[in-house]
Design a protein around this ligand. Structure first.
Ligand code: ADP
Ligand code: MG
Length: 257
């Protein structure tokens, strides 16, 4: 299952900052859900975000592709500030691939249509071109034989791999994964993680919210530990798992490991 791509669709070179958050704050009413987040993600970097439920991990991901607005601070993607709204926002958002816990495939469209919809509608690709690419991507994530089926006819692991192929079909500059394996039966987790590891090795810039420590150790360049809306610790996976510095992280790891 080689997912390695010719290279992400960006002008940035490896090592350049691709996603930059500066002083990002967000409140839900009284709740300060993102507290002065500063984060710079380099081209080709794989960042794993872990932390207790409710710490703001999903909100952080959603802010990066503007599914959530932020109250202040700036987020830039490949040097461009994320606009508030309009066509420009739609264009920039198309450059951020997102894979959710619930696969969010269109139930009444075939697997192939799920993958070609964005490229045809948003990228204005001719249907044949979009289908050719979709078939290649489905092949790469190991569901090439399922193209004519509907989502409900696939296992959860297969659906999630289709969701990854669908995101990749837009040639995103960065891929965000929000607990992509949390809703899967245990025997299907590996097949999804394998695709993600391959993507990481192929140079894709990735932000992955997950508690899959095996994935973090294998693929992450950096682990961020979030608690109460803040990044309280960041380190290499080796250092983070062996020597968590903060009590919060030690406490969290003692519960999940
Ligand atoms: P995590 O993904 O780390 O579990 P979330 O980012 O989903 O955390 O949520 C962080 C906090 O913000 C939680 O307390 C959650 O209840 C709250 N929250 C999330 N979305 C909303 C919303 N749309 N309105 C109000 N509160 C929200
Ligand atoms: Mg979440």
């Amino acid at each position: 299952m080689a997912v390695s791509e010719p290279g992400p669709a960006t002008t940035a070179s490896p090592g350049d900052a691709l996603v930059v958050l500066e002083h990002v704050n967000k409140w839900f009413g009284e709740l300060h859900v993102l507290q002065d987040i500063d984060l710079s993600i380099k081209q080709g970097e794989v960042v794993v975000v872990i932390g207790p439920s409710g710490s703001g991990k999903s909100t952080l991901c959603r802010a990066i592709n503007r599914l959530e607005t932020i109250d202040n601070g700036t987020i830039t993607l490949d040097g461009k500030k994320l606009p508030e709204e309009g066509k420009e926002l739609a264009n920039l958002r198309a450059e951020v691939g997102m894979v959710f816990q619930s696969f969010n495939l269109f139930a009444h469209k075939t697997i192939l249509e799920n993958v070609t919809l964005g490229p045809i509608k948003v990228r204005k690709q001719p249907k044949e071109q979009a289908e050719k690419r979709a078939n290649e991507l489905l092949e790469r994530v190991g569901v090439g034989h399922q193209a004519a089926k509907y989502p409900a006819q696939l296992s959860g692991g297969q659906q999630q791999r289709v969701a990854i192929a669908r995101a990749l079909a837009m040639d995103p500059k960065v891929m965000l994964f929000d607990e992509p394996t949390s809703a899967l039966d245990p025997e299907m987790i590996k097949e999804v993680l394998d695709v993600m590891v391959d993507l990481a090795r192929g140079g894709m810039t990735m932000v992955v919210v997950t508690h899959e420590m095996g994935f973090a150790r294998t693929a992450a360049d950096r682990v961020l530990f979030m608690a109460d809306g803040a990044i309280v610790e960041e380190n290499t996976p080796e250092e983070f798992f062996e020597n968590p510095r903060t009590e919060r992280a030690q406490d969290f790891l003692s519960k999940i490991l």
